[in-house]
Design a protein around this ligand. Structure first.
Ligand code: NAI
Ligand code: MG
Length: 361
């Protein structure tokens, strides 16, 4: 019997709508699998909370979250609160304080997904550095509002940080039977930070002689993603490059409604956080038509991280079944199903898959 406690932060916009469906999936597993038990505590830390309290979460929020096995996060962002506040007062503190230095983003073309690459096998992961790099709050502005104004935004690349994320990428490749790690760089133009990145990645690569390291400049790599996405296995990138590549990657395989991510603290010193790649989607929030697959898949990544890959595989198989059947499709997939219709269809598929499994064992 495995028993887990999960903190749930639904957030803003479509966040609560899709998180609801993910939690219902996990509750179904509670019911159907006697060896699995997961408890949930929901925290209403979002833009509403900010408008009431002047902060995105309470001062002791990280102490509270620290005690959970994992965090399931929806999305944040609300027109009434500046985006840099929501991001820097909620997501960044969790990622940084909990040392979630790996952002893992699978780019996998599921069967039944409308895509230009239908028929191709696209199945790789982006390992994005998640704790330093270009997304640092080091810098400032001088002479504000004048023609002489200067803005300096520092990129923080450390040998230790780069080696840690690179090691995760190579380990991942090794454990998943992959042969090549691709590193995104730009050391021809960004000569200090990206040269250190290259050196550190190469150094780690030497520890894994069976795995090839290929390095591409980010601009060329963006083109290769579009031209031959089936060639990639594991892509390791700095915070900014990884962020851009993962939106590109998600566009190749059906869009944001289908793209999950995991913010991992690989050592397990702190809880890891699981969230879709997409944001709060204010344009469709409240309409009940967001695709919950990215969120449900993120919950599957959470199960995999917690050691229940068997259940994660069942969820992914159920998602793929629903996509292939094309009976229930949210508007982003070309249909008119609601978020709840999609959630229900996936739960029904899970139920059938688990019954079959039980029958076989
Ligand atoms: P977004 O990801 O929220 O939306 C981009 C487009 O994709 C929109 O047209 C939206 O309707 C669509 N979309 C997103 N998720 C979908 C889903 N599950 N099903 C169907 N369609 C979906 O990005 P945008 O518009 O740039 O940002 C909106 C807000 O979200 C901003 O406040 C931004 O700061 C925030 N944001 C938050 C993130 C997070 O919480 N980690 C990540 C990205 C953005
Ligand atoms: Mg992004």
């Amino acid at each position: 019997m495995t028993n887990y406690q999960v903190a749930v932060i639904p957030g803003d916009g479509i966040g609560p709508e899709v998180v609801n469906e993910a939690v219902k999936v996990l509750e179904l597993l509670n019911k159907l699998d006697s060896t699995f038990q997961m408890g949930f505590t929901t925290y209403d830390w979002n833009s509403e909370y900010f408008l009431r309290n002047g902060k995105m979460m309470p001062d002791d929020a990280l102490d509270t979250l620290k005690n959970y096995d994992a965090i399931l996060f929806g999305a944040i962002g609300d027109r009434r609160v500046p985006d840099d506040v929501t991001v820097w007062d909620l997501i960044m503190p969790i990622r940084k304080k909990f040392n979630q230095y790996v952002n893992l983003r699978p780019v996998k073309l599921l069967k039944g997904v409308p895509s230009r690459y239908q028929g191709e096998t696209i199945d790789f992961v982006i390992v994005r550095e998640n704790a330093e790099g270009e997304y640092s709050n080091s810098g400032g502005r001088l002479y504000p509002g004048t023609e002489q104004e200067i803005a300096i935004q520092n990129t923080v690349i450390t040998r230790t940080g780069t080696k840690k994320v690179a090691r995760f990428a190579f380990e991942y490749a090794k454990q998943h039977g992959k042969t090549t790690v691709t590193s995104a760089t730009k050391s021809n133009a960004i000569i200090h930070s990206m040269k250190l990145w290259d050196e550190a990645v190469k150094e780690v690569g030497k520890e894994f002689p069976a795995i090839n390291l290929q390095s591409y400049y980010i601009d060329a790599l963006a083109a290769y993603f579009v031209l031959r996405p089936e060639d990639f296995e594991v892509v390791v990138a700095s915070n900014l490059f990884g962020d851009i590549l993962s939106d590109l990657g998600s566009a190749l395989v059906g869009g944001l409604g289908l793209s999950p991510s995991a913010n991992l603290n690989p050592e397990g010193d702190f809880p890891s956080m699981f969230e879709p790649v997409h944001g709060s989607a204010p344009d469709i929030a409240g309409k009940g038509i967001a695709n919950p697959i990215a969120q449900i898949w993120s919950a599957a990544l959470m199960l995999e991280h917690l050691g229940r890959k068997d259940l994660a595989d069942v969820i992914l198989a159920a998602i793929e079944q629903v996509l292939v059947q094309k009976q229930v499709q949210t508007p982003d997939l070309g249909g008119s199903a609601t978020t709840m219709d999609m959630g229900l269809a996936i739960r029904e598929a899970i139920q059938l898959l688990l019954l079959v499994k039980e029958g076989q064992s």
